[in-house]
Ligand binder design. Structure first.
Ligand SMILES: [Cu+2]
Length: 156
């Protein structure tokens, strides 16, 4: 047996495992990319969630409902300058994803806000999240919890 074979075996295992690690989801014409969240301090009432939605179809779709057992409600927030203060607030109308467009929810911009967290989000955990789109329907995804203050999904 060659010295390298355990390594090759490990590589083969990683290749097999990679679709799960990438953790993207497909729902009709929509592709949900890499959902993740930030770990929260013990008493934080809210937590941020992030993902991308790509519309590969020919019609616009809208995100009409979001829920998670980890929070009382989940909203889509936008960041807006008010005077010279950056504030966030809920979108006035459901998030729309136009055909051929990818909408990215990321720190500093559009994001999911889990309001009324039932427990702090801990790094390494997976938070279940249900998304309902007007046309594509309903999908359950999992947010991977990254470090507090993470700028992007470090797993990838
Ligand atoms: Cu927010």
């Amino acid at each position: 047996m060659s010295v390298r074979s355990p390594l090759l075996a490990l590589l083969a295992l990683l290749l097999i495992a990679s679709p799960a690690v990438a953790h993207d989801y497909k729902l009709g014409a929509l592709e949900i990319g890499q959902p993740w969240a930030r770990a929260t301090p013990p008493t934080a009432p809210t937590g941020g969630g992030y993902l991308s939605v790509k519309n590969t179809g020919t019609e616009p779709d809208r995100l009409i409902s979001i829920s998670s057992p980890a929070a009382q409600t989940v909203q889509v927030h936008q960041m807006k300058m008010e005077g010279n203060v950056m504030r966030m607030r809920e979108l006035d109308s459901p998030l729309e994803i136009k055909p051929g467009e990818t909408v990215t929810l990321a720190p500093g911009g559009l994001h999911l806000m889990m309001m009324g967290l039932k427990a702090p989000l801990k790094q390494g955990e997976k938070v279940p999240l249900t998304l309902v789109f007007e046309k594509a329907g309903k999908i359950d995804v999992q947010l991977l919890v990254e470090a507090m203050g993470a700028k992007h999904n470090a797993t990838h």
